[in-house]
Design a protein around this ligand. Structure first.
Ligand SMILES: Cc1ncc(C[n+]2csc(CCOP(=O)(O)OP(=O)(O)O)c2C)c(N)n1
Ligand SMILES: [Mg+2]
Length: 595
């Protein structure tokens, strides 16, 4: 009896070793040479060494889907089924945050792309590479099925995401589709990185190849782009920094590369420069280093403003909002400002994510990591006369009392205590997270925020990061607000299904609390009752059982943990689950309060 007739669905998912991602293995199709347009697209993805394609299916790309399964055998790239396009893209985003490299995500025609938009925007603002594949058509109206093919065909579908992708294309032939995939991957991965979108005509995918395409060597279409700084600018910058008495380094966007991290430390020590880091982006400098100032923060903290006022030379290594930091000071700094960034290549007239314009005295259009390397060479080995005292480390947050209700700080403190000296990757933190909660000592200790401020990205980004970290020995932890978790929680199913170990801690204040703070501000400004700020914000009555949301998707759910001792117990068990390869969600009930 055929599978279709029996109504049985094969669900076997197999893995060759415990670190491999289990795979839904298709029965062999016998297809060995590309025979259809979409086979060529699929084999190009493989030639680019793209390991995964996260997707939610749709008829617009049924040709490509078939090629992934029956031509490639669902390997390299392997399909990761997602329950929502937003999590398909968020997973690719999280993967890129750890690896620095694009994987693919596929979304159905216009409607799937609509669902994916916020996650694409998040990745765009975060400057993270993703190869988003979509589909439309048939573009030739004579080939369309009645109704459905018409509502799911749009002229210039790329326009939906053009303003927040690096590049998009709708290739008109199979040869052009192959070139498009190569170009897209190359563009996405070159700095400044970002998401790209290719829209594949359904007819092109399903068309039978009349003649095979001439073979190509994909690697030759990915030329290395030198993004290093020009020598004369490095000389000028090193002279300014070498002569500075109170240099300050704003360590902004940097790679997850440990060598680059160590060189940043070397540069700061060589210059005795104070260093500030940013919670919006991944860890860029050890936060417990004697030269690190203040906690990393989302919004410019007082320590940053004081350091900016104090400095005589400021080196910004692609600081996300330099103009905003200067504005928060009240005026441009008196210091000489060196900005190292390639950001301007991405700026367009639609999104204002380019931020305010900073005053700059020396601009180096180059990759910050490569510039640090060049500055170290230019500064040479000679010791620079000691200029400053070190700042010293900050106190470790106190442990909360076991039976009291918890603040977000209490929750973080318990988490930190239970984690102990394990290697951890904080894959996501909520807006209420304070930089004081956690020290970062390695580039993978923290991979930054969602980029675009799009709530709902936390779970998917955490799953993508966990996917990339699988087998590394590092424990991935996504701390999500309850609002964030509920918007993106179906990403959990993908983690469970593909055996991606992950701990999610839900900072469950039963509120879209960040916006309560806004309502409070408005009430105060208008002299209206602050007591009403909770209305239209609280996610209670009924309170959502996050553990049940997890269990319903096959994860282990713990909690609700209402105090520190309950949380400690829940976290211990949850970490045990994750260390045994599982997915665990802990519902930490906290007060709707800032600290
Ligand atoms: C997609 C989206 N919708 C709404 C908002 C506005 N917003 C910003 S923070 C926030 C609250 C998020 O709630 P939660 O994740 O529970 O975090 P909390 O503020 O409670 O710590 C909201 C609704 C947003 N940034 N993105
Ligand atoms: Mg909340």
């Amino acid at each position: 009896m055929s599978i279709a007739k029996s109504g049985q669905v094969p669900t076997a998912i197999t893995a060759t070793d415990s670190n491999a991602t289990p795979i839904e293995r298709p029965i062999p199709s016998g297809a060995h040479a590309p025979a259809f347009g979409s086979d060529v697209v699929a084999e190009t993805l493989r030639a680019l060494d793209i390991p995964y394609i996260s997707l939610n299916p749709g008829a617009s790309y049924r040709g490509l889907h078939d090629s992934l399964v029956n031509f490639l055998g669902n390997e390299q790239p392997q399909i990761l089924l997602c329950l929502h396009e937003e999590s398909a893209v968020a997973i690719a985003h999280g993967y890129a945050k750890v690896t620095g490299r694009a994987m693919a995500a596929a979304v159905h025609s216009n409607v799937g792309l609509f669902h994916a938009t916020m996650a694409i925007f998040n990745a765009w603002c975060d400057r993270m590479p993703i190869l988003v594949l979509g589909a439309t058509g048939p573009v030739d109206a004579m080939k369309r099925r009645p109704w459905i093919d018409w509502i799911h065909t749009a002229a210039d579908q790329g326009a939906i995401v053009r303003n927040y992708t690096k590049w998009d294309d709708q290739p008109a032939s199979v040869g052009a589709a192959r070139e498009s995939v190569l170009r897209a991957f190359w563009i996405a991965n070159n700095s400044p990185q970002g998401p790209v979108y290719i829209n594949l005509d359904a007819e092109l995918q399903e068309s039978r190849l009349a003649t095979p395409l001439p073979p190509i060597d994909a690697r030759r279409f990915l030329p290395h782009v030198i993004a290093g700084p020009p020598d004369d600018l490095v000389r000028k910058a090193s002279a300014l920094l070498g002569a500075a008495k109170r240099p300050l380094i704003l360590a902004g966007r940097g790679s997850r590369d440990l060598g680059a991290w160590n060189r940043r430390v070397q540069l700061a020590e060589r210059l005795e420069a104070h260093v500030v880091t940013d919670l919006k982006v991944g860890a860029a400098f050890p936060t417990d280093h004697p030269l690190h100032i203040g906690p990393p923060a989302i919004f410019a903290p007082p320590e940053l403003l004081a350091a900016l006022r104090d400095a005589d030379v400021i080196l910004s290594l692609d600081w996300v909002d330099l103009g905003g930091a200067f504005k928060a000071m009240g005026s441009s700094p008196t210091a000489t400002v060196i900005q190292v960034s390639l950001e301007h290549h991405l700026h367009n007239g639609w999104s204002m994510d380019y931020q305010g314009m900073p005053a700059i005295d020396l601009f180096i259009a180059a990759n910050p990591d490569e510039t640090v390397e060049a500055l170290l060479v230019a500064l040479g080995e000679d010791p620079i006369a000691p200029k400053r005292t070190s700042v010293g480390s900050r106190p470790v947050p106190a442990r909360p009392s076991p039976d009291d209700v918890m603040t977000v700080a209490d929750m973080a403190s318990v988490l930190r205590h239970v984690v102990g000296d394990r290697d951890v990757c904080l894959a996501h933190v909520p807006l209420s997270w304070h930089g004081d909660f956690w020290e970062f000592r390695h580039p993978l200790d923290y991979i930054g925020s969602d980029g675009g401020g799009g709530v709902g990205g936390g779970p998917g980004i955490s799953v993508g990061a966990a996917l990339a970290l699988k087998g590394s020995g590092r424990l991935p932890i996504g701390v999500c607000g309850d609002g964030d978790f509920m918007m993106g929680c179906t990403a959990i199913w993908t983690a469970v299904h593909y055996r991606i170990p992950l701990l999610i801690v839900v900072a469950n204040n039963r509120s879209f609390f960040n916006d309560e703070v806004h309502q409070e501000r408005v009430a105060v400004a208008r002299n209206r009752p602050v007591e009403n700020k909770w209305i239209g914000q609280r996610i209670s009555d009924p309170d959502i059982e996050m553990a049940q949301i997890a269990r319903a998707q096959g994860a282990d759910g713990f909690g609700p943990a209402n105090n520190a001792s309950e949380l400690e117990e829940a976290l211990k068990e949850a970490i045990r689950v994750v260390e045994n390869g599982g997915v665990a969600v802990v519902d930490a009930r906290i007060l709707p309060a800032l600290r």
